[in-house]
Design a protein around this ligand. Structure first.
Ligand code: GUN
Length: 283
């Protein structure tokens, strides 16, 4: 029987645990606070920002919303980030991406103080992950590790293949799996025989951004398959990078879309907000 890894249930469990931690911090006089900055009104970004605010409310984290006009200058945005960096009552800062074209994203993300970078995008945090030091980890790959661990999937010693090499998912995913003592391969669009590589995987993580690209012939019998993709198909139904109906029968465990990796990203953002308190205490 194929196990369906329930990201909704696991993320709910994590949020319950965080609720308790936030309440305990409150008794110590600490109100965990996340500042969320959105520039412009991209509809998808507005949905993400709303979901993040809602998760904060659920857990008891204070959220501060900064909704800036589309024509905000890079300097104005940097000034706001610098102001928030300096505020003792702000633990986490998140600048929702994408930013309007006239603003250089990298410059803005690099301006967030590493101890408040709850997205885990700052080079200092990426570097810390690389050399095994404490720091924030990008939320989606951190959530995938939690999905695996809390579903009882052994990672140490396993052949793991990550398909996709983005800075936000593929690369940190590979580093996290390595940290868990897996043998890790990163495949990507230039991999010569992708099928041959993915068929080696005991754990296959797919973040390619192509609907239903991974079919059963890419998957070893009994593999654990994690699908990071989210797309709308021709019937307006959500689907992932993995052809779920084709692959599910062949693997031992699989994440559905929706309800797999998706809910974990926000849960791990909330986790990073709570972690930020102890990271800042150490500064
Ligand atoms: N836009 C889409 N996903 C994300 C995310 O995880 N963080 C930020 N800051 N922006 C995003």
């Amino acid at each position: 029987m194929t196990k369906i890894i329930d990201g909704k249930a696991i993320s709910a469990q994590i949020k319950e645990e965080l609720k308790e931690k936030v309440a305990k911090l409150k008794t110590e006089g600490i109100e965990v606070t996340l500042a969320v900055i959105q520039v412009g009104c991209d509809p998808a970004s507005s949905v993400y920002v709303r979901n993040k605010k809602r998760a904060c409310e659920e857990i008891g984290i204070r959220s501060l919303a900064f909704e800036l006009e589309e024509d905000t200058t890079e300097r104005e945005l940097l000034n706001l980030v610098e102001e928030l960096n300096g505020r003792d009552d702000v633990n986490g800062i998140l600048v929702q991406l994408p930013l309007p074209g006239h603003i250089e994203e990298e410059k803005v993300l690099n301006a967030i103080h590493p101890s408040k970078d709850v997205d885990g995008f700052h080079p200092q945090n990426v570097g810390a992950l690389c050399i095994g030091k404490a720091g924030f980890v990008s939320c989606t790959p951190a959530g995938i590790i939690q999905l695996l661990k809390r579903s009882g999937v052994e990672i140490a010693g396993k052949e793991c293949v990550v398909v996709g090499r983005s800075n936000i998912v593929g690369k940190p995913m590979a580093l996290l799996l390595l940290r868990e003592n897996a043998t890790v391969t990163v495949a990507h669009s230039r991999t010569i025989d992708l099928r041959e590589v993915t068929k080696r995987a005991d754990i296959l993580v797919v973040a390619v951004g192509k609907p239903k690209m991974i079919t059963a012939e890419y998957v070893k019998d009994g593999a654990v398959v994690i699908d990071v993709g989210i797309h709308r198909n021709e019937n307006n139904k959500l689907c992932g990078d993995v052809d779920y109906d084709d692959v599910a029968q062949k693997c031992s465990a699989i994440t559905p879309v929706p309800g797999g990796v998706g809910p974990m990203t926000i849960a791990m953002l909330m986790n990073n907000c709570v972690e930020s308190v102890s990271l800042q205490r150490r500064q």
